[in-house]
Design a protein around this ligand. Structure first.
Ligand SMILES: [Zn+2]
Length: 183
């Protein structure tokens, strides 16, 4: 994994423009913002994020499917976290690359601020060993939702899309609060 400092220097360009991040989607330029937790905005270099994911894919343990997968995510505090798939002979215990990414997100996080945690990821790229984009599976869309919220940008072959479009009407912690019984 690249250090966050190196990654920021190589791939991010901070902008003072208030409504930010340009990305290409379905041949239409769309303006979106990605605000870091310290208040600055960033232009997400998806090529760089894919490259980090491709590097992680080379570390995958995938002797059964032989489908290497890597995932790379940009956090709200400017770090880049990565993960790779880890298979198991039992198959059911196999971990997707996004599982490793989310684990790394928490394991490498600075001391959490007081109060409830907010969405920590702002952009995610998942690629196969060939470097082309892969969509997260259903389980990982749910996992990423809690790590980045519905606005998390997910790289696809057609360009980045908000996670909310890939996982509409999602179940989340609010459902637990609203429907929890008296005990
Ligand atoms: Zn998955």
């Amino acid at each position: 994994m690249l250090s966050s400092k190196k990654w920021i220097g190589a791939f991010l360009q901070e902008s003072r423009i208030s409504d930010l991040v340009l990305y290409f989607r379905s041949k239409i330029w769309v303006v979106r913002g990605a605000k870091l937790s310290h208040g600055s905005y960033v232009v997400i270099d998806w090529t760089g994020l894919r490259a980090a994911a491709a590097e992680a894919a080379q570390r995958a343990y995938a002797p059964y499917s032989r489908l290497r997968v890597g995932a790379a995510g940009l956090t709200a505090d400017g770090r880049v976290v990565t993960g790779c798939n880890v298979e198991n002979a039992s198959f059911g215990l196999t971990l997707c690359a996004e599982c490793g990414l989310v684990s790394a997100l928490h394991a490498t996080s600075p001391s959490p601020p007081p109060g409830p945690p907010g969405p920590a990821l702002v952009a995610v790229a998942v690629v196969a060993g060939d470097g082309d984009a892969l969509l997260p599976c259903g389980r990982c869309r749910q996992l990423l939702l809690e790590a980045g919220g519905a606005a998390l940008l997910v790289d696809t072959a057609g360009g980045p899309v908000p996670l909310g479009e890939l996982l509409p009407a999602a179940f989340d912690g609010a459902d637990l609060s609203a429907r929890r019984g008296p005990g």
